[in-house]
Design a protein around this ligand. Structure first.
Ligand code: MG
Length: 342
């Protein structure tokens, strides 16, 4: 990148501008993976380190700077634990431990910090994740906004196969575990003061209980939680990294009417809005129905749908078949339409 480039919000928004930025940053490091494991260059949800023939460690790192720290459906503490747990799960890993580094603004009430950490602790506890290390810093007023949390999640791979963005196979079915964009839409609606008839809430939820029983079969080839940059970014990453075309049927995507409402009201692209409790996956065609049914039988997956498939047509691209029979290219969004969603 040009050394005079001024960093903009979109350089951190999970879209195409961030890709360029990250490529420049990653070029600074020489060694980015351990003995052929998945490393930083892959830009996957996490990294893998093979400790022995049957023990593969999953590592995933995250910073959480959401505004406001209490939002419809959740708070910073639940979000930080959830986001990290989900990234480990997306790699086929059972989360076992997490670290928690806090940056706190001078002047923040203790009760607020306590509430956020209790929520973080509860989410970890419910998912069998130990909080094994951390760091706490207090910064002068104005240098951070309220509280930021940085985490590293550790897990043990339980899938027999490598689950990675670059592993989508031709003919794989693409499954989404539920309605996309709810986290982003709930935050935008909250910030813009949009009053919807039904209350729109973030979908923030750990997916370990839903997905870990399913990864054991080896039929899930790729998996991703569409957080920053939404479904548009996540699907394009599958297509680009696996060098396949993804053909989706618009009608099959289970979109909530409240989310659609926010998008139409504010002119926002649904495919750029983040989720914090959904996953997309590429699954062997012969196992897709079975996995879909298992998802639908779980409260966190009851809206799951097969939304398309991987094809040799449109290599590296995502194409949506619209309800009226047309085709359109789903480009990777520039990024999440609003900052500080996670
Ligand atoms: Mg992720």
């Amino acid at each position: 990148m040009d050394p005079d480039t001024i960093i903009e919000l979109n350089h951190g928004a999970g879209g195409s501008l961030m890709d360029t930025f990250l490529a420049s940053l990653l070029a600074i490091y020489k060694t980015k993976s351990v003995e052929g494991g998945i490393g930083a260059d892959e830009l996957d949800d996490g990294a893998t380190i093979s400790l022995s023939a049957d023990t593969i460690l999953i590592v995933s790192s995250d910073s959480h700077t959401i505004d406001p720290i209490f939002f419809p459906g959740g708070d910073l503490g639940k979000l930080a634990a959830t986001g990290t747990i989900n990234d480990v799960v997306m790699m086929g890993g059972k989360p076992i431990a997490i670290t928690c580094a806090l940056l706190i603004e001078e002047g923040t009430k203790y009760s607020i910090v306590e509430k956020i950490l209790q929520s973080f602790a509860k989410t970890c506890e419910e998912n069998g994740v130990a909080v094994i290390a951390g760091d706490t810093k207090v910064l002068p007023k104005g240098l951070v906004d309220s509280i930021y949390i940085s985490t590293t999640g550790l897990g043990k791979r339980i899938s027999p196969n490598v689950i990675s963005d670059s592993n989508v196979q031709l003919g794989d079915k693409i499954i989404i575990t539920g309605s996309p964009g709810m986290h982003g839409a709930a935050l935008i609606a909250g910030r813009e003061g949009i009053n919807l008839q039904t209350e729109l809430q973030s979908d923030v939820n750990p997916l370990a209980d839903l997905l870990l029983p399913l990864v054991k079969e080896g039929a899930i080839h790729a998996m991703k939680d569409p957080t920053r940059g939404g479904l548009g970014s996540a699907l394009n990453e599958f297509a680009e990294k696996s060098n396949v075309g993804l053909l989706l049927e618009e009608d099959k995507i289970p979109v909530k009417s409240e989310v659609n409402g926010v998008c139409e009201l504010l002119g926002i692209d649904l495919f750029s809005l983040s989720s914090e409790g959904k996953a997309i996956m590429a699954v062997s065609a012969d196992k897709a129905e079975e996995i879909l049914q298992a998802l639908k039988n779980h409260p966190l997956g009851h809206e799951a749908e097969i939304i398309g498939e991987a094809s040799s047509k449109y290599q590296g691209k995502v194409v949506i078949q619209t309800s009226i029979g047309g085709h359109r290219l789903l480009r990777k969004p520039l990024g999440e339409p609003i900052p500080r969603v996670c």
